[in-house]
Design a protein around this ligand. Sequence first.
Ligand code: FAD
Length: 436
Amino acid sequence: MAAEARHFKYVILGGGVAAGYAAREFGKQGVKPGELAIISKEAVAPYERPALSKGYLFPQNAARLPGFHTCVGSGGEKLLPEWYAEKGIELILNTEIVKADLASKTLASAAGETFTYETLLIATGSSVIKLTDFGVQGAEYNNILYLRDVQDADKLVAAMQAKKDGKAVVVGGGYIGLELSAALKTNNFDVTMVYPEPWCMPRLFTAGIAHFYEGYYANKGVKLVKGTYASGFDADANGDVTAVKLKDGRVLEADIVIVGVGGRPLTGLFKGQVAEEKGGIKTDGFFETSVPGVYAIGDVATFPMKLYNDQRRVEHVDHARKSAEQAVKAIKAKESGESVAEYDYLPYFYSRSFDFAWQFYGDNVGDDVLFGDNDPAAEKPKFGSYWVKDGKVVGVFLEGGSADEYQAIARVAKAQPPVADVEALKKEGVEFATKI
Ligand code: FAD
């Protein structure tokens, strides 16, 4: 006989960044014991996912759980499993939901349990795109690795130990590719990055920005192979990868391959049950979906970006945190007949590797205006880019800035000041922002 459904007033489906910040906000707003459950297929309480491609892979003093549970990434309290227990928030871990029926407000797990709710927060995040998804020859060989969760990170650490000082090929020139190439190099691997685009991270970087990072990586000894991609792999008798075959005919020896070619929002459980847009679950400015009482937060949500009068989906940690807080505030306000302001998000992305760190705020559209010294060999690199559209600054990127300067570029991206003279803007550089 099937077990009885477990009922919760609120269920957060997913146990990642958005889930952790939503739980903290429920804690702040007041939640009674037994009212809230987090259902996650991961084995651990919510944690700060960006740590996996950074501190987790350090050769010394590597970050490990419980050190980076949410909400330490934004300077907040570290929510350990005990915190959830004290609040009476159920952490239902190792539990994959395989069926969701929004009409009957029921979720079913792979193990056959059922859960019902009054309010659902969908926080399923993204899954990595795998080369096996496209049938790339040999993509299933051992030591061809991906990175999304702690389990993946542990596999990567084990492979780095097993193939010490070996050859690593990193497939993909985006965030993950750049951060993991740096991590592997720091661990003394001979690293080659491969990507089809003319320069790294083309979704954000201009040619001028990429000039710095590509030169910097090359100076660190990372080899860059551009304009081609991995079309197959060779392996030894044990099935361990030994080489990456490139589309242009070249072959790169490899003991480890790491693939970072993008992610896909995990919305499949809700197909046909809820409105979608731009590949995500469509929400309003309070993260409520087309189904009343069902909210979507983090990577899966396509929400109104007030600043640009547009609908966007954002796969970054800052939005995961803020969307979670906004949704919980809206849920609680609705219950008490109050109201909250609509989400008014300013896009913010960042990265750091080796000795560099950058931040970006706003929108990278229009004409880009490079400023500062983007010489990769500079002793103290400091440069950036403005994006100017319709005579206004709409986005700013800065490498090597101070805390005040980063705050200044955020202000500028939000205020969108007019620019009369682009040459003067280029000359002024970050000073233009700090004056505003
Ligand atoms: P996630 O944090 O991915 O959480 C989703 C959760 O849902 C997971 O626990 C997952 O297991 C669970 N889940 C999914 N489906 C089911 C199911 N059917 N049943 C049960 N549970 C399920 N962003 C930045 O801005 N800066 C960075 O430096 C940065 N670095 C990153 C490094 C790495 C390695 C990765 C993978 C991402 C990085 N990101 C970074 C992106 C950022 O981490 C994500 O945007 C953020 O985690 C999104 O939060 P989320 O809660 O929507 O999804």
